[in-house]
Design a binder for this molecule. Structure first.
Ligand SMILES: [Zn+2]
Length: 311
């Protein structure tokens, strides 16, 4: 957990992801221009880090080619000094080689890294969203056979592919076993502290969103990593802000964004990523804490700097 010296709270905003589909919300960024605007808006609202995926501009399908990332990366770098974090999760339908390509190409300061294989159930959302515009959406969401594969070999492949680039990682842990997997890589010397651990709650297939789940992940991380990690939380869907509030009071950094939740309140779609960042900021400042600037986040996470990326 963060020590006295870095009580600033880092807000990460994950602006589009690969879980939600365009028919679910008109505010989900799809085109490169929409993704750039969403990221810059989130940064202006107080996000120190933006976590990015790309989509096909025609139908919103997840697109993990470096060519899909290039246009918005350029714009974001020109217009903001926020830390850019690129996904290596992509979508559960992609190969590990496809998934690492954007991070390997653009050498960002941070890349996400999923720390274990898991079932991945998006089918629950079909009950809430019945009217889907694009053919791919129903097939993608209805699939009860998805295993999000992140074997030890896969994780090692991503770590070694990015090893020469000084890219650091947002270690996404969806269950306690994922923390143990990370501890294995620490023992092997393949990852270096301070570890930025994103504990994820409320995805069908991962640990639940109960406060006891949050406590258990925190206790386990404390036991395995001591002061060698910086903790962040991500609550999926309606759990986004309650978990942010609980964990921020316990020393966590927080992640929000339309990748993780489309909502601003019960039955009310968020009109932008920035709106969720403002809500997170309100909670953090209401607790008497301060939001980290990008420069402060770089220091807290020991990042290489925005001038040392390849975009
Ligand atoms: Zn993501």
């Amino acid at each position: 957990m963060p020590g006295k010296h870095d009580r600033k709270v880092i807000i990460t905003c994950a602006v589009t992801g690969a879980i939600h589909t365009p028919s679910m919300s008109p505010h989900l960024p799809v085109t490169a221009e929409e993704i750039a605007d969403a990221a810059i808006g989130a940064a202006e609202a107080g996000a120190a880090i933006v976590h990015l995926h790309a989509r096909n501009p025609e139908d919103g399908r997840p697109d993990q080619t470096p060519e899909a990332f290039a246009p918005f990366l350029r714009v974001i770098k020109q217009r903001s000094d926020c830390v850019v974090n690129l996904t290596t999760g992509g979508a559960p339908t992609m190969t590990i080689q496809q998934r690492v390509a954007p991070a390997a190409t653009f050498r960002p300061e941070v890349a996400s890294l999923n720390m274990g294989s898991m079932n991945f159930g998006l089918f629950g959302m079909l009950n809430r969203f019945r009217d889907l515009k694009h053919g791919w959406e129903r097939d993608y969401l209805a699939n009860k056979d998805i295993v999000f594969r992140n074997s030890f070999a896969d994780i090692e492949y991503i770590l070694t592919t990015c090893a020469g680039n000084d890219t650091r990682f947002e270690f996404e842990c969806y269950d306690t076993a994922h923390l143990y997997n990370l501890r294995y890589f620490l023992d092997q010397g393949l990852v270096k502290p301070p570890l930025f651990i994103q504990t994820v709650f409320g995805i069908q297939g991962g640990i639940g969103p109960h406060p006891e789940d949050v406590m258990h992940m925190k206790r386990t991380a404390d036991r395995l990593f001591g002061d060698a990690f910086r903790w962040s939380v991500l609550g999926a869907g309606r759990n986004q802000l309650p978990i942010a509030a609980m964990a921020a009071a316990m020393g966590a950094n927080v992640r929000v964004g339309l990748e993780d939740s489309l909502w601003a309140g019960p039955g009310r779609l968020a009109s932008s990523n920035a709106e969720q960042v403002r809500s997170a900021r309100q909670i953090i400042e209401g607790l008497g804490l301060e939001v980290a600037t990008p420069a402060e986040a770089r220091k807290i996470l020991a990042l290489k700097g925005g001038d040392r990326v390849a975009f």
